[in-house]
Design a protein around this ligand. Structure first.
Ligand code: AMP
Ligand code: GLY
Length: 439
């Protein structure tokens, strides 16, 4: 028997928990907010702050935990792994220094620059307005992106042409960040198609999983405000139609070099899951950002395809002995997030969500609880994404159909993007990539 603790409360942790149970774990959950899916899967749960390390250690000791897996970034970047390991609990996740790959965009860019990692882009850090205007002028303001240094839940980055439309707008946003005493980066704007590469890392080895493309914008046709991600898809060949195996090899090589650079720079080995968000551009592959964890929704596209045992993989990560003794089913996946009406600007919380369990189970779709809560047998919305619905099939078309059928088994004041995983949107991405490469 293996007792495993999962920390976190979203759909990502629900799917990690499900995969650990599939691997034979007896699951325990420690979460700041009760996730109904994890509650159902767990032998015991505790609802408490995910950064109260003392309480987490106590819970682990009381329940004789073999190890802990950490889902979200917030506890990682403030040192949960260091604290738990000091308390005698092995962890799957990077220590604080290594987690700064996500926690500090300045650390990440400086590291890539120093170790000459190819997919890096030009960027400069500011903590006052001194030199901002002249840097913007030198870069050409239309070629820039402004990023606060720390965690922003995907919502603090502003891209010229998408969120900022003039020198004045850009200066105003930089000033806003200075007023908040936030360090920020101005970096080169990349133009191309993005993809997510999620990897397993044991300090040295970096092993990949199927590529995924997320959809950050709230509304169909990539319109509206940025969100935590409204849905994602992956293809049966584990690539994207606009990304080749050569591109993946380059991305993995850069991630391997980054992991080596973390060790060289901090003395700490990166162990855990490492998420690389890349963009393929006319100038080659560019790294947009690193996350020190699985993606949400992207974990839902990949973990259910795992042919292998996640408990064993976690052990191999902790022991520094990762080997390629696992694979992923050659299937396509489409994940659609249902979010409360009004999300992300003015979400309708406290609304009932009705899941027709009979129907959804028959549809073949899988579903994962995100920011909803269960009370008196009923599910209610909060202010964030509500449920992830996943279709898995031999082709993208069928996976998309299954996901849509699943979505239609869930009622409430919710919305989702019907276009995620459709051929039409995929073709738009292919055409965009071709137009950039053939220029
Ligand atoms: P991040 O939080 O760094 O993932 O940024 C959020 C989103 O902003 C990304 O998914 C990209 O779409 C966009 N973005 C970030 N950095 C860049 C960049 N250098 N060039 C173009 N778009 C970017
Ligand atoms: N889907 C984006 C993220 O997990 O950060």
């Amino acid at each position: 028997m293996v007792n495993v603790l999962i920390i976190g409360h979203g759909a990502r942790e629900h799917v990690i928990g499900e995969t650990l149970v599939k691997g034979g774990a007896t699951l325990f959950s420690f979460m700041s907010f009760k996730n109904a899916g994890l509650e159902d899967l767990s032998k015991k749960i505790k609802i408490h702050s995910e950064t109260d390390f003392k309480q987490i250690i106590e819970f682990c000791n009381e329940n004789k935990m073999d190890f802990a897996a950490i889902g979200p970034e917030a506890p990682l970047v403030v040192g949960i792994v260091d604290a738990l390991e000091k308390g005698g609990i092995p962890c799957v996740g990077p220590k604080i220094e290594a987690a700064q790959l996500e926690g500090s965009k300045v650390f990440a860019r400086d590291l890539l620059e120093k170790y000459k990692i190819k997919s890096n882009v030009k960027s400069k850090m500011f903590d006052s307005m001194e030199g901002v205007k002249s840097y913007l002028k030198d870069m050409g303001v239309e070629n820039t992106v402004v990023k606060p240094e720390g965690l922003t839940g995907g919502k603090g980055v502003k891209v010229f042409g998408d969120h900022l439309f003039s020198m004045e707008d850009t200066i105003k946003y930089c000033q806003e960040l200075v007023n908040k005493t936030s360090r920020f980066l101005i970096e080169e704007k990349c133009v191309g198609e993005e993809f997510t590469l999620q990897t397993f890392v044991d300090g040295k080895n970096v092993l990949g999983s199927p590529l995924v493309q997320d959809h950050k914008r709230a509304y169909e046709g990539d319109k509206g405000p940025n969100t935590g991600g409204m849905g994602s898809y992956s293809m049966e060949n584990h690539l994207m139609p606009f990304i080749t195996q050569d591109d993946v090899d380059i991305a993995i090589e850069d991630m391997r070099k980054t992991v080596a650079a973390v060790k060289a720079e901090t003395g700490v080995e990166y162990k855990g899951f490492l998420y690389g968000q890349f963009m393929k551009t006319a100038k080659g592959l560019k790294l947009i950002e690193y996350n020190s964890r699985w993606g949400d929704p992207e974990a839902m596209n990949v973990l259910p395809l795992l042919e292998g045992n996640l408990v064993d993989i976690c052990r191999a990560i902790m022991d520094g002995k990762l080997s390629e003794n696992f694979s992923f089913e050659k299937k396509a996946t489409v994940c659609k997030y249902l979010a409360p009406e009004g999300y992300p600007v003015n979400p309708k919380s406290e609304e009932v969500v009705k899941i027709n369990l009979d129907k959804i189970n028959k549809s073949g779709a899988k579903y994962y609880y995100a920011s909803v809560y269960r009370e008196g047998g009923k599910i209610f919305t909060t202010t964030s994404r509500a449920m992830g619905v996943l279709g898995i099939a031999d082709s993208l078309e069928n996976a998309e159909r299954i996901a849509e059928t699943g979505v239609n088994c869930i009622e409430g004041k919710l919305f989702h993007r019907k276009d995620v995983g459709t051929r039409k949107l995929l073709q738009k991405r292919i055409d965009h990539m071709n137009s950039l490469l053939n220029k």
